[in-house]
Design a protein around this ligand. Structure first.
Ligand code: M6R
Length: 595
């Protein structure tokens, strides 16, 4: 889970690489480095820590090079374990993203041949393998190398005597930026947007030879192929903060637009998937982290709207579940489309004969090639490690899918479907109203949450997963221990932890569980825990809660969208108060491309 950038052209490679790497820091930021090639040699400058640790004075002038931001998997974060890596005589430099499963065996045999290793990483074997195969042709040496690798990789390699880069991928993303008299390669689009918006997405098994004027491609069969560049409409500004203190806040405020973009053109017939091709009597939803919470909400949405029974699974668990766990129709949710656990689950579901549909935010991401159907959430790029607008738009897509399935199953009348679509239409405005009234949320975050060490989030029914998501967000960016619970479960154990020092955030939406929820809030009040209610206007709750955050009136089925925005803001303003690294929380990375 690292960021890769490569450049070849006539400009100063060092500056271009560092700029691109800064845009990829969300992919990993425990070390960074560049290898720059001039006429005679390659010089590497790399350091543990953020990109700013790199000594700019040590970067030589040169018009080609590769750069890397790392999130450690094999070998602790250190200068030696930072990328790029040299071969023995410093003729070849490589950067790598992914995990080489058989690196121990490869390393042992390379060491027997006399290769000297300087790091504990799996990646360094790639440089030495290329060296062992090199006979005046870097492309051929890389081809021979990857035939020996098992695992996942995106690799870019340069040689001091060759005027091209070689890039290849297997289960790790890589794009080529097509320029004029210069070309780039990167693990993600923001890194190249400063110089070009034309990109070629490499497929698994692809290998590319990239010079300043030519790009040649071979696919996994070895056939010479042409892939048409796509024009990316994201501007560089899209990938920057746009005046907000953090990407996360910017992305929270982008939600009305993200919802709007995600329903655009989809509120008539939902044509993204032709469900008539499938016989759908049961659905399984598989995902990780925040996307898993979207899946949990999705279960309620799908069952309520379409009447189709729905189960959920964590991708990391599903993969190793009994092969008899077969749901003929499986939905995989991943904002990045690159999460290794979810990709593995997608493959496994297919292997078990299931029909698969992916919900993702990233065009042409790896998961799109592993499934039968793809539905995009049109949230735009999400840079903050904490998922916000992508969660919201995942819910939107799940509503759209559920409505279409409800019509197909004749559970919904056309006019009922239209009413649900009207609810979706009204959501952007309701989120906007919430976002224009954040003063009370800021006060609660500052005066209560930021001063606490343990916080409970409780909800029932469709808002139980929102309680889980609220707790995850707070843990992730404010580093405060938090637990989400179905409110009815508190009395089965967690009650023992309730004291004056454990605030409880209670989601009280006027659905069939409302009265029970009021009862639960009363029980919590009796333990003297400070209670923060999140609810529509209500007199009774005013008596029971210490603080109340109001959400606009909403049909309970759609309430998770609004309630979750409050959860995001609680997490954001608490983390802000505590001066946490909001966009890049410690130990976390945006897309988890290792299992
Ligand atoms: O890209 P994905 O949706 O597959 O990512 C799944 C999780 O890694 C992700 O949601 C993670 O939990 C977020 N950082 C939470 O904010």
């Amino acid at each position: 889970m690292c960021g890769i950038v490569g450049y070849i052209g006539h400009a100063k490679a060092g500056e271009i690489l560092l700029k691109g790497m800064r845009r990829l820091e969300y992919r990993g930021y425990d070390s960074a480095g560049v290898a720059i090639k001039d006429d005679n040699n390659i010089v590497i400058e790399k350091k543990k820590g953020r990109i700013k640790e790199i000594e700019q004075d040590n970067i030589i002038a040169g018009n080609a090079g590769i750069g890397h931001t790392r999130w450690a998997t094999h070998g602790k974060p250190s200068d030696e374990n930072s990328h790029p890596f040299f071969d023995c005589d410093e003729s070849i430099a490589i950067v790598h993203n992914g995990i080489i499963d058989n690196f121990v065996t490869l390393k042992e045999s390379l060491e027997k041949e006399g290769h000297e290793f300087k790091s504990q990483t799996d990646s360094e074997v790639i440089a030495h393998l290329i060296e062992s195969h090199y006979e005046n042709d870097l492309l051929e040496a890389v081809k021979k190398t990857i035939s020996q690798l098992r695992g996942s990789y995106a690799i870019v390699a340069i040689h001091k005597d060759e005027d091209y880069m070689v890039a290849c991928r297997n289960q790790s993303p890589l794009v080529i930026g097509v320029g004029t008299d210069e070309n780039m390669v990167a693990s993600d689009v923001p890194a190249i947007l400063d110089r070009t918006n034309e990109v070629i997405y490499l497929m698994d098994g692809d290998i590319a030879k990239i010079s300043y004027k030519d790009i040649e491609l071979w696919d996994e069969t070895g056939a010479n192929v042409t892939r048409e560049p796509k024009i990316i409409s994201w501007t560089v500004e899209d990938a920057e903060k746009g005046g907000y203190d953090h990407f996360m806040l910017k992305e929270i405020y982008e939600q009305p637009k993200a919802i709007h973009d995600s329903i655009l053109g989809r509120l008539g017939e939902f044509k993204d998937v032709d469900f008539s091709k499938y016989n759908i009597d049961m659905i399984k939803i598989i995902s990780c982290g925040t996307s898993y919470h979207a899946g949990l909400v999705g279960k309620y949405i799908i069952e309520e709207i379409s009447g189709i029974p729905c189960m959920t699974a964590l991708a990391s668990e599903y993969r190793y579940s009994s092969p008899s766990d077969i749901y003929p129709f499986t939905i995989l949710i991943s904002q990045s489309g690159e999460t290794a656990d979810t990709l593995a689950a997608a493959k496994e579901a297919r292997r078990r004969g299931c029909k698969t549909l992916a919900i993702t935010n990233v065009l042409d991401s790896s998961i799109t090639r592993e499934v039968d159907e793809v539905v995009y959430t049109h949230a735009g790029p999400e840079i903050g490690v904490a998922a916000t607008k992508t969660f919201t738009t995942q819910l939107i897509v799940l509503y759209l899918i559920a409505i279409q399935l409800g019509l197909k199953k004749e559970k919904l009348l056309v006019e009922e479907a239209d009413e649900l679509r009207n609810q979706l239409r009204r959501l952007p405005r309701k989120v906007e109203i919430l976002l224009n009234n954040t003063d009370h949320i800021k006060e609660i975050s500052k005066n209560i949450l930021a001063k606490s060490e343990d916080i409970f989030f409780v909800g029932r029914n469709i808002n139980y997963p929102v309680a889980l998501e609220g707790a995850l967000k707070l843990k992730e960016i404010a580093y405060i221990h938090a637990a989400g619970y179905p409110a009815g479960e508190l009395k089965h154990g967690p009650f023992a932890l309730l004291t004056k020092k454990t605030p409880v955030i209670g989601i009280c939406v006027k659905d069939q569980t409302y009265e029970k929820m009021i009862g639960n809030i009363g029980e919590i009040a009796a333990r003297e825990s400070p209670i923060i209610g999140v609810a529509e206007e209500d007199m009774e709750l005013q008596k029971l809660c210490d603080e109340l955050v109001y959400i606009p009136d909403i049909q309970p089925l759609f309430s998770p969208v609004l309630v979750n925005v409050v959860m995001q803001l609680f997490a954001y303003y608490t983390a802000y108060q505590l001066n946490c690294s909001i966009d890049k929380p410690r130990n976390l990375a945006k897309s988890v491309t290792v299992e």
